[in-house]
Design a protein around this ligand. Structure first.
Ligand code: GDD
Ligand code: MG
Length: 339
């Protein structure tokens, strides 16, 4: 089966990391998100995928020049301008000459969904589209979906106002679609599957959904990206990873950690260095980054080749961009800077 994987978003909620690295190339426990997404789809019979991209496309091509990711043969559909989620599926669908049932997935979703069961449910109902739903506590930052007892979608509301959500089941970002879906998308800039095409399919009674509560996370915010890493460290999600995982800390090849440093529930990336007396808690240190002596890093993501000065303090979902330098003794919380 063929899949379209949407990887063209700007990743605004993960800036400044995503100013140079597309979100789906950020590693989760040492493996780029896109490899985890495609590796999971391969388990369910996906053998070909079109990466639907617009933002920083060269980074993907450079990272996977052989055209294989996670055991799947991939081709790249590069949009001339951002087309929105539906426009992107249409563009990639035509690039991949899709003419039979296919999958479309949000490239920042990590899940153990039983994709085979989703496809079976789609076929047995004769649906035009079938969406994976997952229950969440706060649905306001997602697409909220209501179904009837047969699974027919009766309402799809993207990002409802707080307090107005008609359900706690949200669009989890994996769709089984018929080729007729492609014909529904106008050839125009910025067409949203969630705001335009799915509501029309609801009206036409051709959209179904099933709830599956297996592991699921949209890793597109700092908190969720850190959570996706920690879920593998503490075995909430059991998937493979490189390096050595001891006591909820994953140390990747070539990393050096001073004996006097304290590390807990964190990832130390390839060739990263952690100095004397440094403390790293609940954080992800990416490839080649340097953490200065006595620096304190808590719930933070340190970009590749960044240099954190001695005695600096980073906390509260702070993101440091690739090759960024944080001066000695500086304190940063979130993305705000406070000297
Ligand atoms: N090619 C392409 N072109 N890809 C895009 C574009 C575009 O114009 N816009 C967004 N994408 C990609 C993103 O890279 C991401 O992988 C995916 O489409 C979804 O975009 P996000 O920006 O991550 O959307 P979201 O997380 O706010 O909401 C979406 O996902 C939720 C579940 O995680 C929606 O589909 C919600 O309905 C859903 O609940
Ligand atoms: Mg997202």
């Amino acid at each position: 089966m063929q899949a379209v994987v949407l990887v063209g978003g700007l990743g605004t909620r993960l800036r400044p990391l995503t100013e140079t690295i597309p979100k789906q190339l950020l590693p989760v426990a040492g493996v780029p998100m896109i490899e985890r997404v495609l590796g999971q789809l391969a388990l369910h019979g996906v053998d070909r995928a079109v990466l639907s991209m617009g933002y920083l496309p060269d980074a993907f091509v450079a990272a996977y020049p052989g055209g294989r990711i996670g055991g799947v043969s991939v081709s790249f559909a590069i949009e001339p301008v951002a087309l929105g989620t539906a426009g992107a599926i249409r563009f990639a669908g035509h690039a991949g000459s899709i003419d039979e049932t296919f999958l479309a997935v949000n490239g920042d979703v990590l899940t153990d969904l039983d994709v085979t069961a989703l496809i079976d449910a789609h076929r047995s109902r004769g649906a035009e589209g079938t969406i994976h739903l997952t229950p969440v506590d706060d649905p306001t930052r997602y697409g909220v979906v209501v179904t009837d007892a047969t699974g027919l979608v009766t309402s799809f509301v993207e990002k409802p106002e707080p307090g107005t959500s008609p359900s706690n089941n949200i669009n989890a970002g994996t769709y089984v679609l018929e080729p007729s879906f492609l014909g529904r998308v106008p050839d125009a800039a910025m067409v949203s599957v969630e705001r335009e095409i799915f509501p029309r399919m609801v009206h036409d009674r051709s959209l179904y959904a099933i709830v599956d509560s297996s592991y699921w996370i949209d890793a597109g915010t700092p908190q969720a990206y850190l959570r996706a890493n920690k879920d593998i460290l503490d075995a909430t999600r059991t998937v493979s990873h490189p390096g050595s995982l001891i006591d909820r800390t994953l140390v990747l090849e070539g990393a050096s950690v001073a004996a006097s440093a304290t590390i807990s529930c964190s990832v130390i990336g390839r060739n990263a260095r952690v100095g004397d007396g440094a403390s790293i808690v609940g954080s992800v240190v990416l490839e080649g980054a340097t953490i200065g002596d006595r620096a304190s890093v808590t719930d933070a993501v340190i970009g590749p080749d960044a240099v954190i000065g001695a005695d600096a303090t980073l906390l509260d979902d702070c993101l440091i961009g690739a090759s960024e330098r944080v001066p000695e003794r500086e304190r940063r919380s979130g993305t705000a800077r406070a000297a």
